[in-house]
Design a binder for this molecule. Structure first.
Ligand SMILES: C[S@@+](CC[C@H](N)C(=O)[O-])C[C@H]1O[C@@H](n2cnc3c(N)ncnc32)[C@H](O)[C@@H]1O
Length: 216
């Protein structure tokens, strides 16, 4: 195994992969340029939902998936869902959706398949902040992020994971991180495991990871 503490985003995906089995249902709650979605697709989920509030991010995520050979897995690609693929038949649903509506989406729109169990998700991944190379004003916001994390916690199965990469190098990100840590500190330790990962010798407010798992 190479070093897994070189880059926060890589470390986050490495941790997520430890929770995921082929056939699971995963969510990327901030798909952005699609890199995390691509990493999640490689974990062979049965279904992968990728959400972003911005249409530009949705298009970029679809483009990256297509460029990497996942085009025929896209639920709306018009190419159908590959049959007889067993556990390797990942179906990817990319949608423009504000993640504070996660619970509403799974209750109302995702359909019977996604609602088979009350808590259908193995992992929900957040990579907060703004779209790299995009409009920095369109960033995740404290109140809606907390609502979205609460929704994700509601939707994950026992031993499921919410993985949040936080950026404190900009004012809204600092506020968001402080609120998330305060939120995590107050979670009932009988029901939730939490971990907070920082890279203390990196300069310029490096991203940090907050992990929340539902106790089995
Ligand atoms: C740091 S980027 C995500 C990077 C991405 N995971 C990747 O691998 O490229 C943060 C994303 O969050 C999105 N975002 C901001 N507010 C949101 C919201 N309320 N719901 C969903 N996405 C949101 C932004 O549009 C942006 O694309």
């Amino acid at each position: 195994m190479g070093t897994i503490i070189r880059q926060t985003t890589e470390l986050a995906m490495h941790i997520v992969s430890a929770y995921v089995n082929p056939g699971d249902v995963l969510v990327d709650a901030t798909s952005g340029n699609g890199k995390d979605t691509l990493a999640l697709a490689a974990m062979n989920p049965a279904q992968l939902y990728a959400f972003d509030a911005q249409e530009a991010a949705v298009q970029e995520t679809i483009r990256l998936l297509e460029e990497n050979g996942y085009g025929d897995r896209l639920a709306d690609s018009g190419k159908g869902i590959p049959a007889d693929d067993g556990l390797t038949g990942c179906r990817i649903i990319v949608r423009q959706l504000a993640h504070e509506n996660l619970c509403e989406f799974f209750r109302n729109e995702a359909g019977a398949e996604a609602q088979e169990t009350a808590r259908p998700l193995t992992a929900v991944v957040f990579n907060l902040g703004y779209l790299p190379g995009g409009d920095k004003h369109i960033t995740t916001k404290t109140e809606t992020t907390i609502k979205a994390v609460r929704d994700a916690m509601e939707l994950i199965c026992s031993d499921g994971l919410v993985c949040i990469t936080m950026y404190s190098g900009h004012p809204e990100g600092r506020k968001e991180k402080a609120a998330l840590l305060e939120f995590a500190e107050e979670l009932d330790a009988a029901k939730w495991h939490c971990a907070y990962i920082s890279m203390p010798n990196q300069k310029n407010d490096p991203p940090e990871i907050l992990l929340i798992t539902r106790k089995g």
